[in-house]
Every structure is written in C-alpha cells, then in structure tokens.
Design a protein around this ligand. Structure first.
Ligand code: SAM
Length: 248
C-alpha cells in the first residue's frame, strides 16, 4: 500500500535536513510541494530527482483527490512546504485529513520548525506554551486577539511578518503591559540570526528605532501572565489607590 510522508525541510540552513528526510524524498514516487520553484534548489542540493506537483492553499482542494488515488494505487507521496514543518502555518491539512480518512498510513519525518527552534533558545518557560500562528494583519482584529490572550499563563508564540513586527510589538506592549518579558527570534539558522529577550517596553522601543530589526523572518514570544506579574500589578494598583486618596 502507498503512504504519505510529511517531511520537514530547513527554515534557512539547507543542511538542516535529516538523513531520513533525504532518503524519504529520494524514494518517493511524487513530491507535493507548496512552491515547486522554491523547493527545486533544495532538492537538487540533496540529489533528489523526483517529479513535483504543486500543493498550495489555492489548489489543495483540487489536487487532494488525485494524490489520495495515487496512494491507494500503491504510490508513496511526500509532502513538503517552503520551509519547516508542513501544516504548521503551511498547507497540507486537507491532504493529511483525506489520506487518513482513506486509511493511508501517514508518516511524520520531523525536522525544523521555527516556533520550536525559537522556543528552544528563548529562555522563557517552555513546559507549557501556546502556538498562535500569525496575528491578524489589521490593527483592530490584532488587538482583539491580543486582548483575548492577555490572561494566558502559558508562553505565547507568534509568527510575524517583518513588515508588521514593530506594530505588533507596540500593540503587545499596550495590551500585555511593558513589563512583560518577550523575545524576538529573527533569521534563525541564517547568517543574521538574532535572538533578543527583554521586557516589551524595551523590545518595542528598540525594534521601532532600528530598521535592521524589521527585516527577515521572525518569531515573537511573550511570557505568559505569571503570578509574579499579577502580584506586581496588584501592588501597583494598591499604591496608586493610596496615592490618589492623598492627592488634592
Ligand atoms: N512551516 C513553517 C515552520 O515549521 O516553522 C512556518 C511557515 S510560515 C508560512 C513562515 C513563518 O515562519 C515566517 O513568517 C516566520 O514567522 C517563521 N519563520 C520561518 N523561518 C524562520 C526563520 N528562519 N527565523 C525566524 N522565523 C522563521
């Protein structure tokens, strides 16, 4: 019987491919790729010479049936995306769902994922975390989403476009408070890899004032709302209430 291998590819450094990932791609009958032009250089670099079919958010519905039929006929299909792990803010959900519904074995070939790579060096609590994917691009919707997350005690992980990172940090500072610890992880595994951790007040100011921090690909992480932070907030409010009574 055929199978579907979901293969992670690098998020920057093209050698972040496991031996098993390369062997799986070489052995596949067909590789479904988000953007075939984008993936070809990586496949050439690893001597993978297998036909590619495009599978992206605009055609996933249409190509899924054909791929499932091929797997039912005994072919092995591999799924890759432009970077990192397929299905993580990337296409593939419909294909995996349809393959599983058809009784086809789905095999994960794990590897790079920007969210997990960022978490692994952020120095924020990592025993529990929430992956939020991309925030809405429009300000009102973005603030609404952040508001809904303001009380979340687990570490928050966001993907963000470099064009919006300054705006998003400003909104986070406003909604979560400037004292909340945050980390900007940029260009992971690439030449200009940068990981900066500081309170939102400082991070938002730094990024707003430095166009270099608004380039490339980035992950934003924010500490969850902790008891410590709650205690500080309560203390601040208590002091403020006392002061207000004293003021004319
Ligand atoms: N499937 C991918 C994964 O497993 O991480 C994510 C795909 S999503 C369309 C692309 C987003 O991931 C970027 O906008 C950025 O937020 C993040 N990302 C990808 N590569 C990155 C890198 N090298 N450094 C930092 N963030 C990265």
């Amino acid at each position: 019987p055929g199978s579907l291998s979901v293969v992670a590819t690098p998020i920057g450094n093209r050698d972040d491919m496991s031996t098993r990932a390369i062997a799986t791609l070489r052995a596949a009958d067909v590789i479904a790729a988000e953007d075939t032009r984008h993936s070809r250089p990586l496949l050439v670099h690893h001597n993978v010479d297998v036909p590619l079919v495009p599978l992206h958010e605009h055609n996933e519905r249409e190509v899924v049936d054909g791929l499932v039929r091929r797997m039912l006929e005994g072919q092995s299909v591999a799924l890759i995306s432009d970077a990192g792990t397929p299905l993580v803010s990337d296409p593939g959900f419909r294909l995996v769902r349809a393959a599983r519904a058809a009784g086809i074995r789905c095999v994960p070939i794990p590897g790079a994922c920007a969210a997990i790579a960022a978490l692994s060096v952020a120095g924020l609590p990592s025993d529990r975390f929430v992956f939020e994917g991309f925030l809405p691009p429009k300000a009102a919707a973005r603030r609404g989403r952040l508001q809904a997350l303001a009380g979340e005690p687990r570490t928050l992980i966001f993907y963000e476009s470099s064009h919006r990172v300054a705006e998003s940090l400003a909104d986070m500072r406003e909604v979560f408070g400037g004292g909340r610890e945050a980390v900007l992880a940029r260009e992971l595994t690439k030449l200009f890899e940068t990981v900066i951790g500081e309170p939102l007040d400082e991070l938002a100011t730094r990024v707003a004032g430095d166009p270099d921090q608004q380039r490339g690909e980035c992950v934003l992480l924010v500490a969850g709302r902790g008891e410590e932070a709650d205690a500080r907030l309560a203390e601040g409010q208590r002091v403020f209430a006392l002061l207000r009574e004293e003021l004319p």
